[in-house]
Design a protein around this ligand. Structure first.
Ligand code: ADP
Ligand code: MG
Length: 204
């Protein structure tokens, strides 16, 4: 189906995970989204329940397979033996550990809006595993965790932040965390500079 929404209206869901809050990273993280030109459309701090976390990660029926395969590939690329060859077995353990991690303190859920919001935010966030995520990204700059270390200790990778992986995922995740009336429609003055076709009227 053709998507009629203008790219500048795209929205994505971001969660500053409990480790991000504990490391006083709320400002550092939101700064990066603000300075690129994205607009904050909704924000709330809360302590999540295990049910909310399980639902969040299983909204996408493919998540179990994809995350398991990604983990196996990452181990093999480093010449290491993955904890299992079965992606579903791996994600079963990850999900259990995620439920343990994500409810242990407050998190901050946010909706960010702007051109290509999903891809732009994923680019700023960096790859899932901090050990291999690029320098300059949030996960690459501020965390030193790895799959190997997390799996050895039976816990989730602590990577500060969640961001939707696709526009479909974003839509489902936004509906999961926010009521429609919690999302604010408004204009930012800077949007003229970012998006207007005609910039006449700047000079006095
Ligand atoms: P992303 O958060 O980059 O979209 P995934 O959706 O694949 O990554 O995984 C969700 C979260 O589960 C990750 O952010 C991380 O906290 C945790 N996780 C993923 N793979 C592993 C793993 N192999 N070991 C421990 N934790 C993991
Ligand atoms: Mg994901």
């Amino acid at each position: 189906m053709e998507n009629k929404i203008h790219p500048k209206k795209e929205r994505t869901l971001v969660i500053i995970k409990p480790d991000g809050v504990q490391r006083s990273m709320i400002g550092e993280i939101t700064k990066r989204f603000e300075r690129i030109g994205l607009k904050l459309a909704a924000v709330k701090m809360m302590v999540a329940t295990e049910e909310q976390i399980e639902k969040h990660y299983t909204l996408d029926p493919e998540w179990r397979r994809i995350t398991g395969e990604k983990t196996i590939e990452s181990y093999k690329k480093k010449g290491l033996k993955p904890p299992s060859e079965d992606p579903f077995e791996i994600t079963e353990a990850i999900l259990k550990n995620l439920k343990n991690y994500m409810v242990k303190g407050p998190l901050v859920a946010m909706v960010w809006e702007g051109a290509h919001a999903v891809k732009i935010v994923r680019k700023l966030v960096g790859g899932t595993e901090p050990l291999s995520s690029d320098v300059g990204t949030i996960r690459g700059d501020f965390v030193l965790d790895s799959y190997q270390m997390a799996d050895a200790d039976g816990r989730a990778v602590r990577n500060l932040i969640h961001a939707s992986g696709s526009t479909g995922e974003a839509e489902n995740e936004i509906n999961h965390w926010f009521k429609p009336e919690e999302i604010v429609n408004y204009k930012l003055a800077q949007e003229r500079i970012l998006y207007d076709v005609n910039l006449d009227g700047l000079l006095e």
